[in-house]
Design a protein around this ligand. Structure first.
Ligand code: ATP
Ligand code: MG
Length: 263
């Protein structure tokens, strides 16, 4: 059981009891490999019998759809967008993350409050205000920061995946560069600086993400194993061939010896 710790004042109606699950955050700049590694970790943990839940920014029932619509236009100001993202986070914390942790799930989250704070700070929003906005957040069991060495590597990944540059991932609202490419490089460089600054402050476990997917996965698996070890041992998968063979043996109904009928 882990104690429920918060960065500041929790939401007033939150149950603070220790919880049996684990909250694992995967952070990092756009395109660094978060989705790839969350999918890999999820499959690996589930194969060992763990219950896994995953969540990420702008996926709440309350604000997810509204955020997607807001990102199609530019009518909401910078502070309003921060408040909208904080609303999304509060809804997922209350209705997804905490219930899953109380039920013993390993919750993998694609970004957490750190991305939101970094995005706010690079938009010249007061860093203390941005941190205070999220002080109701629960302190995770682990924060894995996928750190890329240079923004050029991110550019290569985006180009080779055929995705190209997205308006918000390029920070086009900040008018930093002449075009998407230039803006992406400048914006992501600022975000990288911010993540590196937060690394000590929040105790990020840094993973060198400039290596192959397999190497990053191996590091993540090792680090996650250390965190989940104190949890109840993983259940054997219910449908493994060994389990099925044993079940067959146990369930074989041996016919009772019938008494010979009296002649
Ligand atoms: N270690 C790696 N080495 C090379 N390419 C990688 C690595 N990790 C991920 N990729 C590739 O980079 C691209 C982006 O990966 P992915 O979508 O997982 O990143 P993301 O952090 O979730 O991005 P987004 O910010 O857009 O959600 C994909 O094409 C993926 O296959
Ligand atoms: Mg992703």
């Amino acid at each position: 059981m882990a104690e429920m710790n918060f960065y500041g004042t929790p939401l007033p109606y939150i149950d603070h009891k220790p919880y049996p699950g684990k909250l694992i955050v995967i952070e990092g700049t756009d395109g660094v490999g978060r989705s790839t590694h969350i999918a890999e970790l999820r499959a690996w943990l589930e194969a060992q019998g763990h219950a896994v839940s995953d969540t990420g920014m702008a996926r709440s029932d309350l604000a997810g759809k509204g955020l997607k619509e807001a990102k199609l236009g530019h009518t909401l100001g910078r502070l309003t967008m921060q408040l909208f993202y904080a609303t999304d986070f509060a809804d997922r914390l209350e209705n997804e993350i905490l219930p899953a942790l109380r039920a013993g799930f390993i919750v993998l989250t694609d970004r957490y409050i750190y991305s939101a704070i970094a995005r706010a700070v690079v938009r010249d929003i007061d860093p203390d205000w941005a941190r205070a906005l999220y002080d109701f957040a629960i302190v995770p069991d682990a924060i894995f920061y996928l750190k890329i060495k240079s923004v050029n590597e991110l550019v290569m990944r985006l180009i080779s995946s055929g995705r190209g540059f997205d308006y918000w991932e390029s920070g086009m609202d900040l008018s930093l560069g002449e075009d998407f490419y230039e803006s992406f490089v400048l914006y992501q460089s600022r975000l990288l600086e911010e993540f590196n600054r937060m690394s000590l402050e929040y105790g990020f476990h840094t993973i060198n993400a400039s290596r192959s997917v397999a190497r990053v996965s191996a590091d993540l698996r090792r680090a996650v194993t250390a965190i989940i070890e104190p949890m109840a041992p993983a259940l054997e998968p219910a449908d493994s061939p060994e389990v099925i063979a044993r079940l067959r043996q146990d369930l074989t109904v041996k016919p009772k010896k019938r008494k010979k009928p009296a002649l």
